[in-house]
Design a protein around this ligand. Structure first.
Ligand code: CP
Length: 312
């Protein structure tokens, strides 16, 4: 059954395990159909609006490609500031207006919960493409898809998160998904960039085994998956605070001699120098596959929320 039909995708909190696995299966099926058929026509006649008030390469382009590969069309505001928001229009008014032009909306905005606020006046499904430090749900869905594709399972894995756990919205979203599975989570960060206490409390209440450490060399030995994140410079108000923490961790081939041979390294990208480019050609680097998987997850989401998914 399609539980996504007509629904907004605003956070990962609301997904149950069954819906998550259903979505992964549809994504896998659409990936295979796209490979064999080149393009599909499930969304012929439908229009996606993309509204981005923060920069993006992967999220915007993969959503737009997904819509076009499914036979639909795209209208876009490439930089939110080129819209009438610049003249003082409220997000609520913009939402009413854009809803009248399209069948679904993908939006990114720097303010936490702004996409939820926007969705309250929308008459079409709204997808959160990142709201400040809060969440980036479709990134986490593609992360889950990648973990299952690379490790052939999710339950039983030991998964580490490295970097800016305080501000990284992809980490926050993925944690809410992983707490539905039987996993062990290790959080590795500078003391100033630790995962906020609310997430730790929530994981503990959900019975998830967690560890927190600053010691990457020790922690990496136990991991099946390492999810690396960039220190989010744009979230710092004081540059000196950013400079204190930005260079603490680097993944390189020497460090990987300490890791399991089949460690799966993920990164939502863009990266700065937290992963050396020498790692890219090795067997552990899965972050470019991960970015590609965004296309299949977003094809599945668009066809499901618009009620147009049909099995071949
Ligand atoms: N992972 C991700 O959100 O990338 P973009 O900022 O390029 O969309």
């Amino acid at each position: 059954m399609n539980r996504f039909n007509g629904y907004h995708i605003l956070s990962t909190d609301s997904f149950d395990k069954k819906s998550l696995l259903f979505l992964l299966d549809i994504s896998q099926e659409l990936k295979e159909r796209l490979k064999s058929e080149g393009s599909l026509s499930l969304l012929k006649g439908k229009i996606l609006a993309t509204l981005f008030f923060e920069p993006s390469t992967r999220t915007r382009l993969s959503f737009e490609t997904a819509m076009i590969r499914l036979g639909g069309q795209v209208i876009t505001v490439e930089q939110g500031d080129s819209s009438s928001i610049k003249k003082g229009e409220s997000l609520e008014d913009m939402s009413r207006v854009v809803s009248a032009y399209c069948d679904t909306i993908v939006m990114r905005h720097p303010e936490p919960y702004s996409v939820r606020k926007f969705s309250t006046n929308a008459s079409v499904p709204v997808i959160n493409a990142g709201d400040g430090t809060n969440q980036h749900p479709t990134q986490s869905l593609l992360d889950l898809f990648t973990i299952r594709s690379e490790k052939t399972k999710i339950d039983g894995l030991s998964i580490g998160f490295l970097g800016d756990l305080k501000n990284g919205r992809t980490v926050h979203s993925l944690i809410h998904i992983l707490k539905k599975f039987d996993v062990t989570l290790t959080f590795i960060s500078h003391n100033n960039l630790k995962l906020p206490e609310t997430y730790i409390k929530n994981l503990t209440e959900n019975g998830i085994k967690i560890k927190e450490t600053e010691n990457l060399e020790e922690a990496i030995k136990e991991l099946d998956v390492l999810y690396v994140t960039r220190v989010q410079k744009e979230r710092f108000t004081d540059e000196s605070e950013y400079l204190k923490v930005k260079d603490k961790y680097h993944i390189n081939n020497k460090l990987l001699t300490q890791a399991k041979k089949d460690l799966c390294i993920l990164h939502p990208l863009p990266r700065l120098d937290e992963i050396s480019t020498e790692v890219d050609t090795g067997p552990n680097a899965k972050y470019f596959n991960q970015a590609q998987n965004g296309l299949y997850i977003r094809m599945a989401i668009l066809s499901l929320i618009l009620g147009k998914y049909k099995k071949n």
